[in-house]
Design a protein around this ligand. Structure first.
Ligand SMILES: [Zn+2]
Length: 341
């Protein structure tokens, strides 16, 4: 794997690491809505956000964002740190300071005490992303946990009314430690996510879903069935861009890096009847200037179902959402896309 790809895979991992939303909460006039998550992510990845949208001229200091949670946050921080500036997720230090406050095994009741502890060490942040609850699920009654979470958040708002809270949905696991019934825990998880998301949004805060992981299936987990691996494989929708900002959306059922290698080789061999090599040749871009990101995927479907069809639908949706058809982008007409590898 060349370095470029490794770097890109770092990004892919971060996408899978559920921490992308810490950027997306940009209050750039979008109110408190997080609906265009994908689009916002894409903008971030392609650098438009690297300051611009987060810039607030009235704010002299960088905005402070805390990402608090259990081991997922710890792992994500470790991964992100591999890159120079990685823990900033590519955001300019002048506009945003990101802090990763992860504690292995952290349960809900530790959240407020940890928050207070870090406020004393630092200052009150503008935004707090909470990724917690997963370690409580198998141990406590669902109703009690919802009550506690709501109560603590209300208490928090009384003390820190200006802090924007972001609830990050509890992600399914393949195995819940200490659980009597896997199904039961999963039902509780869904119930809690729903209740807390609604509660947050009603109160002007944010909630983030992790749609592609909601089935609890697929290749995103490590062997322990609890933690997430670097990246799942296959059935992905990816986005590529050239230096002048034209984009291309594609889907593949092979590993993304293999698929991208194929694209690169069509550029190297100058197959100018294809849109991407043609553009690269016309604009004298080098193959190293090609950038790509995984933007969507289809997890293994529980009841069979046509994974390829869903993948195709997702690809088309992204082509339309991002407007990547020629001449605005590098995608040819929809029909020509169907026979990819
Ligand atoms: Zn170009």
């Amino acid at each position: 794997m060349d370095q470029d790809m490794e770097e890109e895979y770092g990004n892919v991992w971060r996408q899978r690491a559920y921490l992308q939303h810490n950027i997306v909460v940009t209050p750039s006039g979008s109110g408190q809505r997080l609906r265009p998550l994908g689009g916002a992510l894409v903008r971030m990845w392609f650098g438009e956000l690297g300051g611009g949208n987060l810039q607030d001229s009235s704010r002299p200091d960088p905005m402070l964002v805390w990402i608090m949670g259990h081991s997922y946050v710890v792992w994500a921080a470790l991964r992100a740190a591999v890159r120079p500036d990685g823990r900033q997720l590519g955001l300019s230090r002048e506009t945003v300071t990101l802090r990763w406050i992860g504690k292995r095994g952290m349960v809900w009741k530790e959240w407020l005490p940890e928050f207070h502890r870090f406020v004393r060490l630092d200052r009150v942040p503008e935004i707090v992303v909470i990724h917690l609850g997963g370690n409580d699920l198998a141990k406590r009654s669902c109703r009690e946990l919802i009550k506690d979470i709501k109560f603590d958040i209300l208490r928090f708002w009384v003390m820190f009314p200006k802090v924007l809270l972001v609830w990050s949905d509890i992600i399914p696991r393949k195995r819940w430690r200490g659980a009597r019934s896997h199904e039961g825990v999963n039902r509780a998880r869904i119930k809690i996510n729903r209740a807390i998301s609604r509660f947050m949004v009603r109160n002007g805060a944010l909630a983030v879903r992790h749609v592609d992981l909601e089935s609890g299936q697929g290749a995103y987990w490590r062997a322990d069935g609890v933690h997430l691996n670097a990246v799942g494989h296959g059935t992905h929708v990816y986005l590529m861009s050239c230096p002048c900002g034209l984009m291309y959306v594609g889907e593949t059922t092979m590993e993304v890096r293999q698929r991208i290698s194929k694209h690169k080789s069509t550029i190297r061999t100058n197959l100018t009847d294809l849109p991407i090599p043609k553009h690269f040749s016309e604009c004298r871009h080098s193959v190293n200037q090609l950038r790509f990101r995984v933007i969507d995927g289809v997890p293994t479907l529980r009841r069979g179902g046509d994974r390829n069809l869903i993948l195709k639908q997702k690809e088309l949706r992204w082509i339309s959402v991002l407007g990547t058809l020629q001449p605005k982008g590098l995608n040819l007409d929809y029909n020509l896309q169907i026979c990819t590898t």
